[in-house]
Design a protein around this ligand. Structure first.
Ligand SMILES: *[C@@H]1O[C@H](CO)[C@@H](O)[C@H](O)[C@H]1NC(C)=O
Ligand SMILES: *[C@@H]1O[C@H](CO)[C@@H](O)[C@H](O)[C@H]1NC(C)=O
Ligand SMILES: *[C@@H]1O[C@H](CO)[C@@H](O)[C@H](O)[C@H]1NC(C)=O
Length: 377
């Protein structure tokens, strides 16, 4: 009887596996490596809303811009989710060679990585060092943001700044801002923040989202009269705008794709002298995610949730063929993303060809960033 139940369960799990991973039951195919890039967990507002009584720091004991306990929990849960999904890939005990974790040098982002790893690697067996603390230290690597060579968002790039300024002044965004001038006036009056562009809407939306995630009773009265759908869309345009041209995609997300392709190349290489980690984890920001997704042509314009995660899974068939599947995990659940020209079980060579226009080494990036004499669009 027991054996029968186990059989049925195994059958069910296999069916489920086949359904979520698509064609060709992938047990046959070896998962070589997984790359995850996620946004930090819930944080306090970075800049509070001046007209709200909850702008007083006493309501935010963790400090403005810092991870809240709900952010710790959300990342811990993401770590547990990763453990469940990749339990067959990662050893139950922490092994330094299996995972490499990198974070931007921002407190909430570093704390997110540590919280995530607490869920992914609860100490097991000989790694238990205290019966009452279900946590063990796992290293997280970082580099100051102004010299970060992977997530380059805070590294100086004059050419990018010029391109962004031109895009902000473009007819397209002037028309959007004209069209919503009355809404901007209303929101300026509500918030006491001068609103004149979708970027201001993005910041206010992100503050309201942070407040709502922490304690909905802190939301201002007028939030009930706000059209969230419209605010989401306008904020989404601000996210899109950061990477609205091929050059902007390369200058914002190119070094990340260079890093990603290097890792995937190393993972597919047959030179076993220095094997790539099975999991590469990058703790980052909403704009990192929107830039990365938009550079692959799969950003839907919705502002990335706290702990939203992009996942690349690189697999190998028995005949040696390698292919990639791409996923996005958010509050809506896990969805599969389809890159145009490489939808499902995307051949690794094709994926590389597609991303080659975006990927750029940090050396070439630095040169291009400072070449200001070029004519801009
Ligand atoms: C498995 O993959 C091969 C090659 O991609 C394809 O030709 C075949 O139809 C797939 N089988 C199923 C059951 O989807
Ligand atoms: C909003 O408008 C009302 C009515 O015109 C005014 O009394 C109030 O001072 C305004 N608030 C801000 C922050 O501008
Ligand atoms: C939210 O804030 C209210 C006070 O405005 C407080 O009574 C309540 O306990 C808080 N809820 C949580 C979950 O912290």
């Amino acid at each position: 009887m027991y054996g029968f139940i186990v059989l049925v369960l195994v059958f069910f799990l296999n069916q489920h596996h086949a359904a979520t991973t698509g064609r060709n039951i992938s047990e046959e195919d070896e998962l070589i490596t997984v790359v995850t890039v996620y946004r930090h967990g819930d944080r306090a507002p970075i800049k509070p809303i001046p007209t709200s009584k909850y702008c007083d720091p006493s309501y935010w004991p963790m400090g403005f811009g810092h991870l809240t306990k709900f952010g710790i929990e959300r990342q811990y849960d993401l770590g547990k989710w990763l453990r469940k999904r990749y339990d067959f890939l990662l050893s139950p005990t922490y092994k330094a060679s299996e995972i490499y974790v990198r974070s931007t040098d921002e407190d909430r982002v570093l704390m997110s990585a540590y919280s995530n790893l607490a869920g992914l690697y609860p100490p097991q067996g000989s790694q238990v060092w205290n019966d009452r603390i279900f946590w063990q230290p796992i290293p997280v690597h970082t580099i100051p943001r102004n010299i970060d060579d992977v997530i380059v968002e805070k590294r100086s790039c004059p050419k990018y700044d010029t391109l962004l300024k031109a895009t902000i002044k473009s007819d397209y965004f002037s028309r959007i801002n004209d069209k919503y001038a009355d809404l901007y006036k209303t929101i300026s009056n509500w918030t006491g923040i001068d609103v004149s562009d979708v970027e201001d809407i993005k910041l206010i939306r992100s503050t309201l989202y942070a407040i709502k995630s922490y304690n909905a009773t802190y939301l201002p009265e007028w939030e009930k009269d706000m059209n969230w759908h419209l605010i989401d869309n306008l904020a989404g345009l601000a996210y899109f705008r950061y990477t609205s041209t091929p050059t902007m995609k390369r200058l914002k997300s190119g070094p990340f794709f260079h890093y990603l392709l290097n890792h995937l190349d190393l993972a597919t290489s047959t030179n076993r002298a220095s094997p790539a980690p099975k999991m590469l984890m990058i703790s980052a920001h909403d704009t990192s995610l929107s830039g990365i997704l938009n550079s692959m042509g799969v950003f839907d314009g919705y502002p990335p949730d706290f702990a939203a995660t992009v996942i690349w899974e690189l697999k190998k068939r028995r005949n040696g063929e390698r292919y990639i599947n791409l996923y996005f995990k958010s509050e809506k659940g896990l969805e599969r993303l389809r890159i145009i020209g490489c939808e499902i079980d995307c051949d690794y060579g094709t994926f590389k060809d597609i991303m080659q226009n975006v990927a750029i080494s940090i050396g070439s990036w630095a040169k291009e960033c400072n070449r200001l004499s070029e004519k801009f669009v």
